[in-house]
Structures are given as C-alpha cells and as structure tokens.
Design a protein around this ligand. Structure first.
Ligand SMILES: [Zn+2]
Length: 439
C-alpha cells in the first residue's frame, strides 16, 4: 500500500541527486514542490537543471499526469496572499502544454477565480464552486476601545465561556502575538496543539474577507457549534493600511498595494454594517448566493440576533457642514475623533484648541448635539468609506501613524442617507451580548 507520508519524507530527505535516476522519479506518485522551486527549475536559462530535465523526460513518456496547485489564490495579485512564483506557474503550462492543471482554493470570489484561470493559463476549465458558508459558525463583532480593552474582554470570555477549550487568536502584528502570549501565560493559560478548535478570536480586523473566513473556518471542523469573535474598532483600519504601505525596501508593487487596500475596505464595510446578517455579508463578498444564518440556530450571528432598530435619515446638510468646516479651516489637522467632538459640541482638548483656533465658529459645530457618540462616529466613518471624506496617513516617527481627514472625491450633491440607530437600542454593552457558552 502506498503511504503518502513516506513519499513526502523521501522528497524532503533525498534532495535533487536522488531523482537524477529516472526510475526513482518515475516511481514517485506525488511530487511536492514549492512554486519557487518549480519555477526556478523551469526558467528558460536553466537548461541543465536536473529537475527540469527529469520532468521533461517524464512528459515525453506521458508519465507527467497532472499539476495540482493548492492555495491557488496566491497566484492573483488581487489576492491577499499573493506570491510572485505562484504568478509564474504558467511556466509549467508553457513547458508541458498537454498536462492538465487543477487549481484549488478555499475561498475565492469571482474575480479571484478569473485571475487564477488567467494567471495559470487554464484553457476552458471546468469550474466547481462549493458554498463556503458553514452553518455551525457563530459570527459576532464586539466593539473595543483599545487592544488592552480587547485583551481584558477576551480573558473574561476565555474564563467564563471557553474553560478548558481550544481556540485560535489572530492579531495584526507578530509583536501583538508575542505580547498576547506572554499575557496569557501570566494569566495561567498554556499554548498547545489543537485539533478541534472551538473558538477563533480576532483581536483586530483581518486584511481581507477571504482570509477572515479562512481563519474562522479553522473552528468547528467537528460540525458542532463554534464561535468566531472579532474585536473591532474603526481605527484598526488605519493600522492595517499603514502595514500595506510600509515598504522600507521599496519592493512593493503599487498595483498590489491598491488591491490590498480594496480588500481591506471590504473588511471595514463588513464590520461597519449593522443591518445585514454576517453570513449574507460574507457570502456576497465572496460572490456566493447569500445564505442568512438560521435565526433558530445557536449559530445565529450577532446582527441577526440584535434587537437594534434603524431609521434611514437624510444627512446631506450635515455632510455640507462637515465639508465647509474642513474647507474653511484648511491648515487644521482634522482626525475622525476631532470631527466627532466638534459635531457633538463635546469639550475639546485644550491643547488642540490652541492650534485650531475657535472651532465654535465652524459650520458643523454642535449640529449633532442631540446625536449619541456611536451614531456620530459611524456617520464620519461612513463618509470615509464612501470616499466623501478621505483619510490621509501621517507618519511622523516615533509617533504612531495617524490619519487626517480631507475632502474626498465622491461628493454627494443631492442626498446622503445614513442608518441611525434608534435611541432606545444604542446602549452599548462592553461585554459581548451573545450567549457564548458552548453547549
Ligand atoms: Zn445572521
């Protein structure tokens, strides 16, 4: 009986010299290669490469039966996991044109699928798409004030809701992971290997909906109820953005940065949404037929479970006031929270007022005095997402990067609607509303 693990071991330990014997290579059922290794071997100038010659001989003998590309989303520049040599795998097609190619991906939207077909030079491929929404995943977002706040909320949840259960926690940066693991060890938790993961925490927003759902999908493989909890604050958007543009070596391709930004905006839109079921949101971002969660199931998402009610209101006059304020105070550095505080007529930072003059004269001052802060933040954030306003990252090390707000390109002339949370339903609990207790 053929044992795949032995084949992998053979390839890893044998090195290239071992497959210089054609008999040995022909006896291999599966050859595992990284795209980097394969593409390097197949380069035109590598005429003497052993792997290339052996593959060529197998091809002549019709023993090279198939190329299977796993994680094929890495082949598209629009994908978050783009790897240059995945994009070069068309080399294989050029060298061995009659060998069928299979491309596999866990989460690929329409555009990604089209990109994969083009990049790998697939000819008239048979496409099989399975819905990726899993009915046992309970998805929810929890507002956080800061990462420290998220740490605290998470620790309470770990203790109360997931005692002795396994889960995964995702952070934006490696440094955050290290900090978190030190913190958890101090709290008496141990890191261990896992098989059935019961919960997935995202301490911050992920970089794309595809990677988010892939990461969520690591929970609940046993089909039982599993929990996917993201701690969210809008300003993480700017942290993720600065990672996209952080490029000290100047290696990043502008086209890829733009694609990453588009992916990130989709995540923020998903997070900011308060009315559409999470499963519907995810499936529509992945170009699938929307399948709302079952409201009678324990895996109901936070939105479907929420009692919040919304009124659609026209806020065009407020939008004009915001524009006038920014235009007439040209040298002022407006941030989201600064705009919100002016709008709410909240007491402003004294130091700040020194720099900015008397903001009480500006058009938007106090116009939202009867709004609550949650609605006011959502209003400014919505304008940023719709490009009515535009954020501009300011990097002045050692201070962390921050975003100042300017007038955007998508200016609404007639009407601008906003979903305002009804007053009685806006009470924000710091503790997640959902019943997290795993059955
Ligand atoms: Zn739902």
């Amino acid at each position: 009986m053929w044992d795949p693990s032995q084949v992998v071991d053979f390839i890893v330990s044998a090195g290239e010299n071992r497959y210089s014997t054609l008999g040995v290579l022909a006896s291999i059922k599966f050859l595992y290669l990284t795209p980097e290794k394969l593409c390097n071997a197949l380069k035109e100038e590598n005429v003497l490469n052993v792997l290339k010659n052996m593959l060529g001989k197998l091809y002549e003998r019709k023993q090279l039966l198939r190329l299977v590309v796993d994680e094929a989303q890495c082949a598209t520049t629009g994908g978050v996991d783009f790897r240059k040599d995945y994009g070069n795998l068309s080399l294989f097609r050029n060298c061995f044109p009659s060998v069928p190619v299979v491309a596999l991906s866990g989460t690929a939207c329409d555009q990604t699928r089209r990109d994969i077909m083009a990049t790998l030079h697939l000819r008239n491929p048979f496409v099989s798409v399975r819905p990726c929404i899993r009915e046992n995943l309970k998805i929810s977002l929890t507002p956080k004030k800061s990462n420290e706040d998220a740490f605290k909320l998470m620790t309470v949840s770990l203790k109360d809701d997931f005692p002795n259960q396994c889960g995964i926690i995702y952070c934006i940066k490696k440094a955050d992971c290290e900090k978190l693991s030190t913190f958890l060890v101090k709290e008496g938790y141990s890191a261990t290997f896992y098989h059935d993961v019961r919960f997935v925490f995202h301490l911050s927003m992920p970089k794309s909906i595809e990677s988010y759902y892939q990461e969520c999908g690591r929970a609940g493989h046993d089909g039982q109820l599993a929990f996917c909890i993201m701690f969210y604050k809008f300003s993480d958007y700017f942290d993720q953005q600065s990672l996209i543009y952080y490029d000290p070596l100047g290696n990043k391709v502008a086209e890829i940065q733009t694609a990453e930004l588009v992916n990130l905006k989709k995540v923020v839109t998903f997070c900011e949404n308060r009315t559409v079921c999470r499963n519907v949101g995810i499936s529509s971002f992945l170009d699938e037929i929307p399948r709302p969660c079952d409201v009678n199931s324990l895996a109901i998402c936070d939105i479907s479970e929420s009692q919040d009610r919304y009124d659609e209101v026209d806020v065009i006059q407020h939008v004009r006031d915001v524009r006038d304020t920014i235009m007439t105070n040209f040298s002022t550095r407006f941030t989201t929270s600064f705009l919100v505080n002016i709008f709410l007529a909240k007491q402003l930072d004294k130091k700040r007022a020194l720099y900015t003059g008397d903001v009480k004269d500006c058009a938007m001052y106090g116009k939202g005095a009867d709004w609550n802060a949650d609605n006011a933040y959502r209003f400014i954030q919505k304008m940023i997402l719709d490009n009515v306003l535009e954020e501009c990252l300011v990097c002045e090390p050692p201070r962390p990067a921050y975003a100042i707000i300017r007038i955007g390109s998508n200016w609404p002339l007639e009407k601008y609607s906003f979903l305002m949370v009804q007053a009685e339903s806006t009470e924000q609990s710091n503790r997640p509303k959902n019943n997290f207790r795993a059955e």
